[in-house]
Design a binder for this molecule. Structure first.
Ligand code: 13P
Length: 252
């Protein structure tokens, strides 16, 4: 039985001090929860502040990116070992905002996923189409390209260490959620692709999260769908009550 995973992506929000305060509130209400997996992903400078609060709870720490080299002259980049030492167990890779603003390609995503696995970080690898791609009926093409590109060369054993997040770009931060049915259609397609790459046994064990305007009042219907195994939450993860609300609805 797959455990639901709820991950909060704080994006470029919350300073060191603010992040510590928010983590403290979440620790109080969510720290002992074991029925589902909870991950929070602050910006790099706030990782240690958050880890200090949640390090001894069941909430796990995640980063929002990682570089594919281990050390050296890569100004501005952060290595997998640095993340491990900061307390991270997860890392978001290939978020659409990085693909759009930082020119991240499927090849780069693939290198990052491999490096994360090598260092025992669980990648949350993001895929998802833009509005114009959906309108041109290109959703499956785009998702297939991103998924196959990002997972290129990974063994079945390593696929089991990865979480996939389907985040339609048109639903991110817009208040427009894909309907549970719409989301599940793509999740089902992703699971079929994973079966093709590995086997049904493997794909059935992998978690596929949905992301895009997830809130306390739409999470229940989303996770009721067969192929939705949790959520990657942006805006609603920045407010303790809404993130806690999402988690509580998943436990019910
Ligand atoms: P919102 O929940 O703000 O739409 O963001 C989704 C997202 O991009 C999570 O990674």
């Amino acid at each position: 039985m797959k455990k639901i995973l709820i991950a909060g992506n704080w994006k470029m929000n919350k300073t060191f001090v603010e992040a510590g305060e928010l983590a403290e509130k979440m620790k109080g209400r969510l720290g002992d929860i074991t029925q589902i997996d909870i991950v929070i992903c602050p910006a790099f400078p706030a990782l240690s502040a958050v880890y200090e609060k949640i390090g001894d709870t069941h909430i796990r720490l995640g980063a929002q990116d990682v570089f594919w080299e281990e050390e050296g002259a890569y100004t501005g980049e952060v290595s997998a070992l640095m993340l491990r030492e900061s307390g991270c167990k997860y890392v978001i890779i290939g978020h659409s905002e990085r693909r759009i603003h930082s020119g991240e390609t499927d090849e780069m995503v693939n290198k990052k996923v491999k490096k994360a696995i090598e260092w025992n970080l669980t990648p949350i690898m993001c895929v998802g189409e833009k509005l114009e791609e959906r309108e041109r009926n290109k959703t499956e093409n785009v998702v297939r390209r991103q998924l196959e590109g990002g997972l290129e060369g990974l063994s079945s054993e390593n696929l089991l260490k990865i979480v996939i997040a389907y985040e339609p770009v048109w639903a991110i931060g817009t208040g427009k959620t894909a309907t549970p049915h719409q989301a599940n259609e793509v999740h089902k397609f992703i699971r079929q692709l994973l079966t093709n790459i590995s086997s049904e046994k493997i794909s059935q064990q992998m978690r596929i999260l949905y992301g895009g305007s997830v809130k306390p009042d739409n999470i229940s219907a989303l996770i009721e769908e067969e192929d939705i195994d949790g959520a990657l939450v942006g805006g609603a993860s920045l407010v303790d009550e809404s993130f806690i609300g999402i988690v509580e609805r998943c436990i019910k």
